[in-house]
Structure formats: structure tokens, C-alpha cells
Design a protein around this ligand. Structure first.
Ligand code: GLY
Ligand code: MN
Ligand code: MN
Length: 421
């Protein structure tokens, strides 16, 4: 993986320190290597915030930052170099290597974490630490005990601090994201080209994920390849059904490049031709998506207004198609549209596919969209196959269209336009 430029890492840590009060510390543990079964391990995936601040890609590591009146100090704790272990499971950087990669001079062994905390935490009033994470459960409790012994009574999650930083993407991050989105878009086009009746969903899954790997990417989340009524199951991941004539296929798949995620959904007819009902719903979802994208271009619009735009278009269309009764106001205010549109129109995107970042500002109002933010826009409509209250032609249709939208100084840019709609 390309390394994160040291200047970026240093600037991030400085911004983090600026958000912290004097006499506070933040402690972030790396991800842990997890077992899948027997002697088989899952592929290692670093904790996003730890990666963001250190650029260090090994398990059993920790990042510590301490801010006092006098100075701000950064520490990194990592595994030792151990020839025997490196023969079995690969290279370890050791403390010296970790310093080079992260630009953090003060590097120690991970086994030194508790004794160092014992020394360094005295006199602090506030610590940011996610002790509830499933990783390092025992260590988390031990550290918590130590924090109590040091009489640090203010313990808060690191999430809000990191959310503020990670919400705004640097130029270097945008470059990584553009690579991820291009590869993901091409994979979608490949699947569209290859799609035909009597293939199985897993064939297209394999094609897409094979393309990810051929381009030095992994999936950012397990691909959803959902033919026919499987598309009405929002988190369908079995991907084992046959593709039938006259059905649609919904593919929600995105890769991760250098840990930055793309997240794309496309829906199209398996045989290349929509039925009338499918076309009506597709056009409606597409209109909602395009209008929501237009909304994202408006200066100082909000996350919520983008959602409201999609809801307005979908609700109007559902009423016109006689799929919902009542006035438009009733459909929106009483949230009647949720029968067919039960999720939100988007989420932040970045190192995590559902990236951290607040959806509300300090006054509880919806976040204003600003240059550097990256979000998905992904309206959809889903009709229960068993819903006898609607015309049969609509039953079992599931359609979502999802693009990745970067907010810019002059509007917004669709990074996944390359994926055919
Ligand atoms: N692929 C996950 C999502 O669309 O939110
Ligand atoms: Mn999404
Ligand atoms: Mn998605």
C-alpha cells in the first residue's frame, strides 16, 4: 500500500491536538488480527482512525498523544521484531521502523504500553479512549482501571475528535478515493456487460471482486448481487440465486483502495429490457437521485436537505403511480413513503464505508455541506413480493442507484459517474 505522506500525518496529529483541551490524552489501539477458523486468519484490516493518525499497518499497536500546558507529545507502541515470527507471518517493522513510517519519534514495544501509561498519565484530567471496543477487551479493562487509579475522571470516546478531522478529506485522500471509485465503477460496467439470463449471482460477484483484486483493491464491504426479489432485502449477501429473464438485478459493490472506500449501486434489467412497471420505478429512483445530487451542489445546503429532496421526488412519484394514498404533505409528514423507502439517502464515505462524521452540528441542526466532505447519494424503492395492497406488476421490484459525491468549493462532483446508469 502507498504510505501516507509524513506531512499529512503530522498535520492530522496537530489538528487532533488542537481539538484537545490542555492536560488531556488520547489513546487509540490498532485493529487486532482475528481468527476465522482453526488456524486460518481473516485478512488484516487496520483500524481506520489508528491508520489515519499513524499510517502504521500492523496489529498489536497503539497511538498515544498527550497535551499539556508545556507541550504535545506523540507515542507509538508496536510489536517487536522477532525473526522466528516473521518467518511465519511476515515482516514486522519494530519500534524503529514504526518511527520511520509514522514520523513519531517516541516508539516503544506494545508490551510497554501499560507501564508507560502508568508513568505518563499522572496529572491529566481528561482522556479520550474507546475502552468498549471488542478488540483488546481485557487490555481495555486494565487500561480503564489504570485511568481510574490516576484519578482521571473525564473519559470520552475518541469518535467525536476523529469525526471532525476525517469528515474533511485532504487532496491526497481525494486522490486515493478517486482511484477506488474509478476501479469500482469499471467493475460495475464489467458486470453489466457480462450479465445474462441463467448466470448465477455469484458469477457476477466473482467478476466484480476479481477485478478489485486485479487492481490492488479489496472489497470495502461484502458485495450485494441481488436478482429479482432478492433486491428487496436491503442487506442480501447470499448471492446464490439464478438470474431470471424479465427480472432486474441490483448490484451494490465497492472496493477499498489504500483503505479508502467506494460505494456504488446500480440496478438494471437482466435481459437488457425493462418491463413497464420496472421502467416507471427505475425512472423515479433515477430522478430522485439526480435531483438529490443537484441539491448537493447548492452552496450551504445540508445533509438533511439532500435527503428531503429525494423523499419529495419519490413521494410525488409514488402518489402519481397510485402506490400511496393521501396528499403529498400527508405522505411526507406521516412518513408513509417509508413503506417503500425505508433507509436514508446517504452517509459519509471515506476510510470506512459508513465513515465517521457528525450528521448534526453543535446546535443540533443538520450538517452544512462543505468542500472536502464526501457522501453517498443512494435513493431506492423496494416493493415486498407479498404485498397484496399494490398492483402485482410492482411486487418484488427492488431498485437503488448510488453514487459517491465529493462536495467542492463550487458545488459537488460525482466520482462514480463512469458506472453506467
Ligand atoms: N453498501 C453499503 C451502503 O450502501 O450503505
Ligand atoms: Mn452506501
Ligand atoms: Mn452501497
Amino acid at each position: 500500500m502507498p504510505e501516507i505522506p509524513l506531512n499529512n500525518l503530522k498535520a492530522r496529529r496537530e489538528k487532533l491536538a488542537n481539538l484537545m483541551p490542555v492536560n488531556s490524552a488520547a489513546l487509540i489501539l490498532s485493529a487486532q488480527q482475528t481468527h476465522r477458523n482453526s488456524d486460518v486468519e481473516h485478512k488484516f484490516r487496520q483500524n481506520s482512525s489508528f491508520w489515519y493518525l499513524t499510517g502504521f499497518n500492523e496489529p498489536e499497536s497503539a497511538f498515544l498523544i498527550i497535551k499539556t500546558e508545556k507541550e504535545t507529545l506523540n507515542y507509538i507502541f508496536v510489536r517487536p521484531k522477532e525473526k522466528e515470527k516473521e518467518i511465519w507471518t511476515g515482516y514486522r517493522s519494530g519500534p524503529a521502523g514504526a518511527s520511520q513510517i509514522s514520523g513519531i519519534e517516541k516508539s516503544f514495544l506494545f508490551s510497554e504500553l501499560k507501564p508507560q501509561l502508568e508513568k505518563l498519565l499522572g496529572g491529566l484530567q481528561h482522556i479520550y479512549f474507546d475502552f468498549g471496543s471488542e478488540n483488546y477487551a481485557t487490555l481495555g479493562i486494565e487500561i480503564l482501571e489504570l485511568i481510574r487509579q490516576k484519578r482521571i475522571y473525564q473519559i470520552t470516546s475518541t469518535q467525536n475528535l476523529l469525526a471532525e478531522l476525517r469528515l474533511f478529506k485532504e487532496n491526497w485522500e481525494v486522490e486515493q478515493i478517486k482511484i477506488a471509485t474509478q476501479i469500482a465503477a469499471k467493475a460495475h460496467n464489467l458486470a453489466r456487460q457480462a450479465c445474462q439470463v441463467d448466470l448465477y449471482e455469484y458469477y457476477l460477484e466473482g467478476l466484480i471482486e476479481g477485478f478489485f483484486r486485479q487492481n490492488n483493491c479489496n472489497w470495502a464491504y461484502p458485495s450485494i448481487v441481488a436478482a429479482g426479489q432478492n433486491a428487496t432485502i436491503l442487506h442480501y449477501v447470499e448471492n446464490n440465486s439464478i438470474l431470471k429473464d424479465k427480472d432486474l438485478i441490483l448490484i451494490d459493490a465497492g472496493c477499498e483502495y489504500n483503505y479508502y472506500a467506494a460505494d456504488i449501486t446500480r440496478t438494471f434489467p437482466i435481459n437488457g429490457k425493462f418491463t413497464i412497471a420496472q421502467k416507471e420505478i427505475y425512472d423515479l429512483v433515477l430522478k430522485a437521485e439526480l435531483e438529490a445530487i443537484e441539491e448537493s451542489k447548492i452552496k450551504n445546503t445540508t445533509f438533511e436537505k439532500v435527503h428531503e429532496k429525494a423523499v419529495l421526488v419519490l413521494s410525488t412519484g409514488l402518489k402519481d403511480l397510485k402506490l400511496l394514498d393521501g396528499s403529498l404533505d400527508e405522505i411526507i409528514e406521516e412518513k408513509k413513503y417509508r413503506k417503500f423507502y425505508m433507509h436514508r439517502t446517504g452517509h459519509w464515505l471515506g476510510l470506512d464505508v459508513h465513515d465517521i462524521g457528525s450528521y448534526l452540528d453543535k446546535d443540533g441542526k443538520s450538517t452544512v455541506l462543505k468542500a472536502g466532505m464526501l457522501m453517498t447519494i443512494e435513493p431506492g424503492l423496494y416493493f415486498d413480493p407479498q404485498d397484496e395492497s399494490i398492483n402485482e406488476a410492482f411486487r418484488g421490484i427492488g431498485i437503488r442507484i448510488e453514487d459517491d459525491i465529493l462536495i467542492t468549493e463550487i458545488g459537488s462532483q460525482n466520482l462514480t459517474e463512469l458506472a453506467i446508469k
